[in-house]
Write a protein that binds this ligand. Structure first.
Ligand code: AMP
Ligand code: MG
Length: 520
């Protein structure tokens, strides 16, 4: 296996001089060198052929012992020096101080086909940033990260990627429900991949320590490698950088809203500076459309990271980033203008996104109201978001009275659907039909357009849980089935029709399906 190694992060940025993994505060450094832990019995469970291609690794090489050893941390590639990144973050609204890669270890950076990738193992052992935890990951959460990050990519949502999923062969102790009943689970390691794993918290840590020197070094590095079109470092460039991070963050979140993805832990240490979905933990997919829903049981009380609040949290996190960058920019008003613009852009982009979900290619002043009424209706009774929007593309505006019938399958509890609710839907379909008269597309064309933005298949929480249950017993077939299915989320796949279904009743209140904790 010959990778085109092009390390920049650990070559250009200041390193922690202490070469030990003991927990500590690491100052004036962007990372600490660490060696991944040797594991008892590494075993490859799955690889992403798309990521192999992206990195220039052949399928044969992926089956080799060399591949397995490198991507489970048992061998270090020649001429590389693995490291853990130092960052801080605001967790659930509070400054948490230094966090850092507690269980992620960056192996190296690779250049292939003019693209630059950082390769990182998640669950490969302790680092100076492991705090009270063990640096490991379990199979359950690794399957969730592996499947979801690739699925998000195929949905067209900016995201980190995943190259491989392996078992470590070690047992890991976890208390899934945080109720004093820990148990051993299979340890696993995902190799995840992104141009960079820098987060908002990577910058916040230096401002919080008034270390403007290292902050500037890191921002200059970031611009040089990932925002080079902004030009040479200057106050203006820094402001342009912040502006672009804000717009990428918004773009990502609007995609989340479109597909019904709820991240679950939007702490600033989990916000990528490149606007990628990062750190798949207690995330979930909306089943019933509900602004108040969050899958994360740790957030059950305040629901800070609920579906409907994600755009606001994005803005809140950008305020924290603005504060972190302030020492380099020193222009409060200019930063505030960017944040104000986020609010304006959010309205515009989410309206455009909702129009696209309805197959509207023209704009009408009353669209926002039409969409508001639709959302009001979706909240009347538990209505599956994915099924609703997919079915909606069958709507024929010449037959408005059939609308209700077309989307009926999306309701979870048919006895909840009163005559009043049905009447409200009929009213809405009537209005939608009239609105569609302004469109040039006919019903058939519209169906095609809508099916490109309304996925047929998403990684419903119970689907991942079924794959996890099988994998715990040593059966990995379902991981592969879901991986293949989710490569074409917008296509009809008749052989997979059974995955175009509402969440089964058994999954409604099941741990792993509707309730997830940060324990992973
Ligand atoms: P998260 O909420 O998963 O983004 O994690 C927050 C912080 O806790 C990060 O610094 C992680 O690296 C760290 N962390 C999470 N799980 C572990 C673990 N098992 N061992 C060490 N550090 C961890
Ligand atoms: Mg994290």
């Amino acid at each position: 296996m010959k990778l085109n190694i092009k390390d920049t992060f650990n070559k250009e940025l200041p390193a922690d001089p202490i070469p030990e993994k003991g927990r500590r505060q690491v100052e004036k450094a962007c990372f600490s060198y660490v060696t991944p832990k040797k594991t008892a019995k590494p075993e490859l469970v799955h690889v992403s052929p798309e990521m192999l291609d992206a990195l220039g690794i052949s399928k044969e090489e992926a089956q080799s012992d060399a591949f397995l050893k490198v991507f489970t941390g048992n061998n270090v590639l020649p001429n590389t020096k693995p490291y853990a990144m130092c960052y801080g973050g605001h967790q659930f609204g509070n400054w948490a101080g230094q966090l850092g890669d507690g269980r992620a270890i960056n192996l190296t950076e690779v250049e292939h086909n003019n693209k630059h990738w950082a390769l990182q193992l998640k669950g490969a052992g302790e680092t100076p940033y492991s705090r009270t935890a063990d640096g490991l990951a379990v199979l359950r959460s690794s399957i969730r990260e592996y499947l979801c990050s690739e699925a998000m990519f195929h949905l067209g949502v900016p995201t980190t990627r995943a190259l491989s999923l392996s078992l470590s062969g070690d047992q890991v102790l976890r208390d899934v429900l945080y109720n004093g009943n820990p148990d051993y689970e299979k340890g696993a390691i995902v190799c995840r991949v992104a141009p960079s794993f820098l987060r908002f918290g990577s910058y916040e840590i230096f401002s919080s320590r008034q270390d403007v020197g290292t902050l500037k070094t890191l921002v200059d590095y970031t611009i040089k490698h990932f925002f080079s079109h902004l030009g040479a470092p200057s106050k203006e460039t820094y402001l342009g950088f912040f502006k672009e991070v804000a717009s990428r963050t918004l773009e990502m979140i609007v995609h989340w809203q479109r597909v019904g993805f709820v991240h679950g832990v939007m702490n600033t240490d989990n916000m990528s500076i490149l606007g990628l979905t990062i750190d798949y933990g207690p995330y979930g997919w909306l089943e019933g459309f509900d602004y108040g829903w969050t899958p994360n049981t740790t957030d059950r009380q305040h629901k800070r990271y609920r579906y409907g609040n994600q755009p606001n949290v994005g803005l809140w996190n950008l305020y924290k980033l603005a504060n972190a960058l302030y020492p380099l920019i020193e222009e409060t008003e200019a930063l505030e203008r960017v944040l104000d613009q986020y609010k304006v852009d959010f309205e515009l982009k989410s309206l455009a996104m909702m129009r696209s979900k309805l197959g509207l290619e023209t704009e009408d002043a009353l669209d926002a109201d039409l969409i508001q009424k639709l959302e009001d209706n979706l909240l009347l009774a538990e209505t599956d978001m994915t099924i609703f929007f997919r079915k909606l593309s069958d709507f024929n505006n010449e037959k408005a009275s059939e609308g209700f019938e077309i989307i009926k399958e999306a309701f979870y509890i048919s006895t909840e659907i009163t005559e009043e609710i049905q009447r409200k839907w009929n009213t809405w379909f009537q209005r939608y039909a009239e609105r569609l008269l302004q469109e040039e597309s006919n019903s058939k064309e519209r169906k095609e357009i809508m099916n490109r933005v309304n996925p047929k298949y998403v990684l419903r929480n119970y689907m991942a849980q079924l794959a996890i249950d099988d994998a715990d017993k040593g059966d990995y077939k379902l991981i592969d089935t879901l991986f293949q299915l989710l490569k074409n989320p917008y296509n009809e796949q008749p052989e997979h029709e059974k995955w175009f279904a509402k969440r089964p009743d058994w999954a409604r209140h099941k741990v792993g399906c509707s309730m997830l904790s940060c324990s992973s």
